[in-house]
Ligand binder design. Sequence first.
Ligand SMILES: C[S@@+](CC[C@H](N)C(=O)[O-])C[C@H]1O[C@@H](n2cnc3c(N)ncnc32)[C@H](O)[C@@H]1O
Length: 218
Amino acid sequence: MAKLHIVGVGPGSPEYVSPAAHKAVQKAQLVVGAERNLKLFRGEIKGESLTLTAKNVEEGLKYAVGTVKKGKNVALLSTGDPGFSGLLGSMLRRQLTKDVEVNVIPGVSSIQACAAKLCMSWDNAVLFTFHNDPRVEKKRDLAKAVKEGKTVLALPDPNTFTPDEIAAFLLKEGADKKTNVVVCINLTLPNEKIIEASLEEVSEQKFHPLCVMVIKSN
Ligand SMILES: C[S@@+](CC[C@H](N)C(=O)[O-])C[C@H]1O[C@@H](n2cnc3c(N)ncnc32)[C@H](O)[C@@H]1O
């Protein structure tokens, strides 16, 4: 039976793409994904490919499902892990998984790459993603977690809740201006950059959008 493989492809470097991900792509008659993810499988895509952009996500996901319904195997590439701010959520929210067989292949999340880079255990960390989801109640939960001294790992939203805006929001909510922040940019990629600063310093500068923010109690 044809399947929709929702494939986690790691946060950027080809070294973090699993053998299971390669296998699913090689067997697929259609591969759907953002350009930077399709590039990870250059020479391996045997069938059709469709590039996802910010403008055609809805249409691309529906085309993927329609293709599975026609009896073809499809690989849908999702940055990092599909289950954390990834294409699995996009599919579930649109109820697109109910009529097809789905196989989720986990990938290394940017959150995992970030924790590994900083050599930190994230047993007791609190995770937030604001990517396309900067809800007020989530922002309040973040402020509460920081004020309670929890270690936070967060994906900012590149348009509406960037690291400087997150820091400014936390300061306004009464967080200590000396709270430690690490912004991890382009993880696993050749231009990876790790910036350590105080909450106040982060509120005063702009960062590359491909980043994970760590907020640590002092
Ligand atoms: C749509 S979300 C996808 C998250 C992904 N599913 C994951 O598990 O990492 C995209 C956001 O993930 C983060 N991200 C993805 N790749 C990254 C990388 N190589 N370095 C830093 N952050 C990254 C950024 O915050 C980016 O805006």
